[in-house]
Design a protein around this ligand. Sequence first.
Ligand SMILES: C[S@@+](CC[C@H](N)C(=O)[O-])C[C@H]1O[C@@H](n2cnc3c(N)ncnc32)[C@H](O)[C@@H]1O
Ligand code: SF4
Length: 445
Amino acid sequence: MFLLGLIGSMFSTASFMTRRACRSRCIGPFASGRRLFSTVYLRTGSVYIHWPYCEKKCTYCDFNKYVALKVDHDRMKSCILSELKCQLKESSIEKVSSVFFGGGTPSLALPATVEAIVSSLREHLTEDAEITLEANPTSATSRSLEAFRQAGINRLSLGVQALDDKELLWLGRDHTAAESEVCLQQAAALFPGRLTADLLIGRPGQTAGSLRAELRRLLRSCHHHVALYQLTAPRGTPLGRQVARGAVRLPSADQQGALYAAAVDELAAAGLRRYEVANFALPGHEGRHNSAVWRGRQYLGVGPGAHGRIVSRATGRRQATVQIPAPERWMRAVESGSGGAAKVTPLSGADVRSELVCTALRTRRGLSRDDWLAAGGGERRWRHLYQHPEIARLQEFVEATEERLAPTARGLNVLDALLPNLLNVLTSYDCEVGEDEDRETLSGS
Ligand SMILES: C[S@@+](CC[C@H](N)C(=O)[O-])C[C@H]1O[C@@H](n2cnc3c(N)ncnc32)[C@H](O)[C@@H]1O
Ligand code: SF4
């Protein structure tokens, strides 16, 4: 059993629903309660912008996306700018180290929109901020790549998905394999060392041999970073219905495992290291945006259906945010001044810690003591975690030192089976010692 996940900023959130007033009153930084988070953790973060429109719907996709006859670009741009400004004020973030334009299909946004958003962040962006745009590799995208670069984009993520025209048709994609290759070559020239491609694995009929050949073809122009997505058939999608009625059969778990192993091997031969369950890069070319999310850092989620995790300036607590999904309703809410939030869920210390374990353990880097402490996990709880006998028992899957808790290569393959054990260890501390016992006020940075 193994787990290949989707994008890090797409958490699902539960329960508790409040309508967030956009203009929150700032009552001084982290005024309520003791300070739990480190200064660096509080001041730096990332921004996720969701562009909700697509040209057409792929057969397998249940992301928050809409096919609109006519998109009001000016209106969407003003709403994103306004919501972004509001959320920045509400959060404790001063410095933005990465921006990710995801979707939907953000390459359908006007470069002028992207430029306006990037410009609005100018005073917050760190010097080396990573600014990524997700793009569908159509010929229209090829034509606008230079304009996106001028607009401030410095990394491109291309949704190649497959390099076979029949399969692309079956998946409902709006591009051919040849168009993808042209786009990849142009993007490689425009964003040197900062190009990544998404590929779907576990497509019906895919074999280890065909997957290896496809990867070799992809690596010709995209050889710094690749993301693999295990094809799922979500309910409510055309593929989901086909699978439910038995018209299509996805590979079994064992077959999926064999495909994944072949891909890991092929990518390793090209020097791409698996630094996260689904992400592979040459050393030094790892994506910084998702890495920050996996390390439990803050990120604003702006745009219809976007998810975020921020520490509220007003309460000093980390909270999960999710925006209203439907674009029209979202824009109306933003324009009315009530803000685009559908849900704001304050997270307990236990929520924060278990999320951090779940995301950090997806990466080879794992969970560092520094990140744990920065997120308010506490020194004693850290000692409990890395020294626990259950962790020692799992040494084939998890390496535990005073500085780090990281999955082994085998551990990454069985991550979904491993995580419940780690979460149990965390919970055992809360049961023995109590939720509040370990709260330590941080001093300095
Ligand atoms: C939602 S898309 C947005 C970017 C762009 N529109 C594209 O299609 O590449 C982001 C990634 O999610 C993947 N994705 C969406 N639905 C999926 C599914 N059911 N199984 C696996 N990957 C999926 C897409 O293939 C793509 O690589
Ligand atoms: S996979 Fe991408 S292009 Fe296809 S429907 Fe989903 S968001 Fe749109």
